[in-house]
Design a protein around this ligand. Sequence first.
Ligand code: KG4
Ligand code: ZN
Length: 335
Amino acid sequence: GKPSLILGIETSCDETSAAVIRDGHEVLSNIISSQVEIHQKFGGVVPEVASRRHVKNITFVMEEALEKAGVELDDLSAVAVTYGPGLVGALLVGVAAGKAVAYAKSIPLIGVHHIAGHIYANFLAGGMEPPLVALVVSGGHTELIYMAEHGKFQFLGRTRDDAAGEAYDKVARSMGLPYPGGPVIDKLAHEGNPNAILFPRAWLEEGSLDFSFSGLKSAVINALHNAEQRGEKLEPADVAAGFQESVVDVLVEKTVLAVRQTGVSNVVVAGGVAANRGLRTKLQERAAKEGFTAMCPPLSLCTDNAAMIAAAAYPFYEKGWFHNLDLNAHASLPL
Ligand code: KG4
Ligand code: ZN
């Protein structure tokens, strides 16, 4: 039949993004307007500022996505929008925009869970099929998820305190590095010695697939503080390398455990921290040894974007599972 064209919209945090994808996997456009420079001044995302920026940007970003794809509003088959979890004021902007398009053009509206979007970034890259285990690591999430089939998700474990990306951002801040801290620490870590300073790893109970990063975060902050009190300064690259080694160790070993527990042979990584070079390298090494396949999205699809949202909507589009125009935004939302 006719190819499907889905407009995706993502405004859950500090990126205003719109994308058009064809038949669930072909990215015709993926426009991302980042507010990162604005939030850098505050050392993190300020919700009220983010919402106002989304209002300012959303129509331009949607227009650009359509134009770049060479698609008219009338050509669209459906509109997909992130409706949670995230900053509720930020989400509302995208939800309102999505509803307006769906109503004006009488096309289906599909609300998408942000984490499902991150997982589906891997299907845009092509290749992998469920059953699989997804490691979702971002500024707000650290989760291991079992995906038996398309659109079906089951939590295996999650963080009990800080998310991995959050730990990166907080450690970076305590080292006087800019926001977002992940990419900066990742780069610095490659110039440092991971064994110079040993930081703790929180394995939790035997067999647990949960995570905890707040102890590690405090250990880094204490080490910096104690050195300062002694009138010394720790080598930033060594701090970054030691911290990263500890995060990556735990993420990779728990993923291996999840693979053993579920018996799957495919792993996908999702979320902003999936861009981490240390994580990508170590996971590939362990996967080769354990005999499973691990896949990370291309760097450009790791952080928040609308193409992944449109991709996650596609199985629902095919099944005819749509939302009504009373769709609301939710700060927290079960997967
Ligand atoms: O998925 P994302 O764009 O937004 C959320 O939904 O949270 O993830 C952003 C997070 C930030 O905490 C950022 O520091 C982290 O991903 N991040 C990284 C890297 N690139 C981004 N963390 C570690 N290494 C990286 N290379
Ligand atoms: Zn995200």
